[in-house]
Design a protein around this ligand. Structure first.
Ligand code: SF4
Ligand code: SF4
Length: 395
């Protein structure tokens, strides 16, 4: 079997014009004033806003890219600390691309790939995560088998034994804890209520390796991706459904051209069922909640309406919007390997979002990503729900 997927790899120097052209205009450091109603919530870059030094913002990171490719200085431990403080949330690129057509987030990602190839990255905690993923096939080093246990005895088809129209990819996050498994049960209940014919891979479900890619180890990512693509094809499924936006993003953007089948987020499936009235929640869910657009689901995969459509089916729910919503959403802090690199920054980023939730009048935060869910619920100051969980409560 071909060991590597054969997409032509991008290099940092492919974006040479970007990092030379960046005029340090700093338009990427805050959200367009017409889009937010207060200066308090106009900040957009978590690492730049927390540390305030130019180097932690996109403009500074582009200057680092320019200097290291122009051989003006040798990357140091501090260089690695800076480039791994970025959540890869994509908001700087969302601001810059329409104005200047530059790709700051992409450049940060490619700097990480360069760092790994040259040995000055990733950080120690990331190396342990990559090792665990390679040895145990999950980023937390849990003993293999937990994914099989998470779905066993629930009457769900194993797609390798019984053909199914759709493959539901559970993901490491939902399967790995008893609390995550409750949300997994909600997702399984909702898919069944939507009338979807689906099966799972059980204990044969691999890790998508999105975290490995996020910290820059593209070789390790691609070795596994090639195997995963063959496994997915062998199921004969006509589409893949994921609950985790990080799995979704790599399946769509990285595996996509080799898969030849659509990859959907579970909120897209639910929104479709709500539209067709094949899912009709009956019980009210009384709460005042703000929906948080996960970076990977929103900016990276451009899925904004389906989760809102799914939530619109819930009676009793007062759905509020964050000031920084849709393409301007503030990150939860869990992206880009930041919780392993700088847990204090990750917690502060989540806290900022919860302050914003309170400011718009919400008592509850809703998300559609298991990593956002964990990052927010660790804070403990506001109840957090997943879209599937609320819909399952309403059936
Ligand atoms: S990355 Fe773009 S928006 Fe940000 S300072 Fe450079 S040119 Fe301006
Ligand atoms: S991707 Fe997000 S965290 Fe990273 S530099 Fe850009 S705005 Fe900041």
């Amino acid at each position: 079997m071909e060991k590597k997927i054969t997409r032509v790899r991008e290099k940092l120097t492919d974006y040479r014009d970007d990092y030379w052209v960046c005029g340090k205009c700093k338009m990427c450091q805050s959200i367009n004033v017409q889009k937010v109603s207060s200066a308090r919530f106009s900040y957009n870059c978590p690492c730049g806003t927390k540390y305030r030094f130019e180097s932690y913002y996109a403009a500074g990171m582009l200057e680092i890219a320019r200097a290291i490719t122009n051989l003006e200085y040798e990357p140091t431990e501090m260089t690695a600390k800076i480039i791994y403080s970025c959540n890869l949330c994509g908001l700087c690129q969302e601001m810059c691309f329409p104005l200047k057509s530059l790709h700051p987030t992409k450049i940060i990602q490619l700097m990480r790939e360069k760092a790994v190839l040259e040995g000055w990255g990733p950080l120690l905690a990331h190396k342990k995560m990559i090792e665990d993923t390679e040895n145990k096939d999950n980023p937390w080093g849990l003993e293999p088998g937990f994914k099989g246990e998470a779905v066993s005895g629930k009457g769900i088809k194993n797609i390798l034994e019984e053909k199914s129209e759709n493959l539901f990819f559970v993901g490491c996050a939902l399967a790995s804890t008893p609390e995550g498994q409750k949300r997994l049960d909600s997702a399984l209940k909702i898919l069944t209520a939507c009338g979807i014919d689906f099966g799972v891979l059980g204990q044969n479900e691999p890790c998508c390796r999105s975290f490995t890619l996020a910290v820059g180890d593209r070789d390790s990512f691609e070795d596994k991706a090639a195997e995963n693509i063959e496994l997915f094809k062998s199921t004969g499924a006509k589409s893949i459904i994921t609950s985790c936006p990080h799995c979704l993003q790599v399946f769509r953007d990285e595996y996509g051209m080799f898969l030849d089948i659509p990859v959907l987020h579970i909120t897209e499936v639910i929104a479709n069922a709500v539209e067709k009235k094949s899912l009709t929640p009956s019980k009210e869910v009384k709460m005042k909640a703000a929906y948080h657009d996960p970076c990977m689901l929103g900016r990276w995969c451009e899925i904004y309406e389906p989760p809102r459509k799914a939530l619109s089916a819930l009676g009793g729910l007062e759905l509020l919007e964050f000031e920084r919503n849709l393409e301007n959403s503030w990150c939860c802090g869990a992206g880009g390997g930041v919780p392993l690199a700088d847990s204090e920054l990750a917690s502060w980023t989540a806290e900022e979002r919860l302050i914003e939730a309170r400011a718009v009048g919400a008592d509850v935060l809703i998300t559609a990503c298991p990593h956002c869910y964990s990052q927010f619920s660790q804070n403990g100051k506001m109840p957090v729900y997943d879209v599937c969980e609320l819909l399952a409560m309403s059936l």
